[in-house]
Design a protein around this ligand. Structure first.
Ligand SMILES: [Mn+2]
Length: 375
């Protein structure tokens, strides 16, 4: 065993669980989890209760060589209109395993999620102690004292420790409501010391630029505004696909000083032209490396109805792919996520064939991103 990875493997074994277990369940929904784990670890491991050991063995054997890894964050505690994105990691993984031409990356597993928690900073001492005792029962209170308990805090610890031990390992995260992108992007940027070479590309129907929502500064509607302090300049954030906003584009751009491309503009301009414009903007800033955060509601609701806030007038999969492929050809994609897939949600008046339509769209978007990250 590679002993330099021992501390990281310990963090992962404490903070994560096997793929599909991020939604904590004793009974309800078990069959979906079992179907995924049977595909990943085999029927014998499942029947003999050896999934956890098989998962840990796989991490130990493959972590040092992997160039890209999948991480699930099955938390929708940061959502607020219609929950259900907690099932995104399980369903999208199953769809990706079924898609024949999907590149397969090492699966780190899921963040352990207490579904009532968001971030440790919102918790009092008693709750922190009680949740540490629940998540880390074999450790003394002293030994568990610095371990995180809420999903965003656990994700931040995992992303940080992965980055420290394996700086070349690129993470592809599956959410989760959009708040789960915050710890991933923040860690990704911190590792690059807010250098001017790193930019965040945010695909979404919504700006997610509120500074707080009902007093909460880390949630699906605010996470992007909280990223600004970590960017080299506001220009290092590019938002694409925006259309459902209480304010005009000019309001957001003048408030924050970044660039937005609304979906209407992309449609008029054409995706190829739009991609060229975005790439030119990034080249001018000296950007070399990008993180793509893709909220599935960037797509038109006919292509992604299984999500909390579907919107019409959105991008097509092909338009998105043209832009993603152009970006990946000209810049190093070193982190990415796809969030807000809520497979149990069926918005009224949206596509009939759900969640299959949304999952097929998400697979098509994930494919080039995983390829670009070396999966
Ligand atoms: Mn979003």
């Amino acid at each position: 065993m590679n002993t330099t990875l021992s501390p990281l493997l310990q963090t992962l074994s404490q903070c994560l669980c096997p793929p599909g277990e991020g939604v904590y369940t004793v009974h309800t929904g078990r069959e979906r989890r079992n179907a995924l784990q049977e595909k990943l670890f085999g029927a014998a491991a499942l029947a003999n209760g050896q999934v956890r050991q098989a998962w840990l063995d796989g991490l130990q054997a493959n972590l040092a060589q992997a160039s890209c890894a999948v991480l699930g964050i099955a938390s929708d505690c940061g959502g607020g209109i219609q929950r259900g994105a907690n099932w995104g990691p399980l369903f999208l993984r199953s769809a990706m395993l079924q898609a024949q031409d999907m590149p397969q990356a090492l699966d780190l597993g899921d963040v352990r999620v207490i579904p009532h928690l968001l971030h440790d900073k919102y918790l009092n001492t008693e709750t922190l102690a009680a949740c540490r005792a629940a998540l880390y029962p074999t450790l003394s209170a002293e030994a568990a004292a610095d371990l995180p308990v809420a999903p965003l805090s656990i994700a931040e610890r995992v992303a940080h420790d992965v980055q420290q031990a394996l700086p070349h390992l690129k993470l592809f995260m599956i959410g989760g409501d959009h708040s789960v992108s915050y710890p991933m992007v923040r860690t990704w940027l911190a590792a690059r010391q807010a250098g001017g070479r790193a930019a965040l590309i945010h695909f979404d129907a919504h700006t997610d630029l509120l500074q707080t929502r009902l007093g909460i500064d880390l949630c699906f509607g605010t996470w992007t505004s909280q990223i600004f302090p970590w960017l080299a300049s506001p220009q290092h954030l590019v938002q694409i696909g925006i259309r459902a906003s209480g304010r005009e584009r000019g309001h957001w751009e003048s408030t924050f000083g970044h660039v937005q491309y609304w979906s209407e503009e992309t449609r008029q301009l054409g995706a190829a032209q739009q991609a060229a414009q975005i790439c030119a903007h990034l080249h001018k800033l000296g950007v070399e490396e990008i993180y793509i955060s893709y909220d599935i509601d960037c797509l038109d609701q006919s292509l992604a109805g299984a999500t909390g806030t579907p919107e019409d007038g959105g991008m097509t999969v092909e338009e998105s792919l043209q832009i993603i492929q152009a970006l990946c050809a000209q810049f190093t994609l070193s982190g990415a996520d796809i969030v807000e897939i809520a497979p149990m949600v069926k918005a009224p008046g949206v596509a009939q064939n759900e969640p299959e339509t949304t999952l097929a769209s998400a697979c098509a978007l994930a494919r080039p991103m995983l390829q670009a990250m070396g999966a």
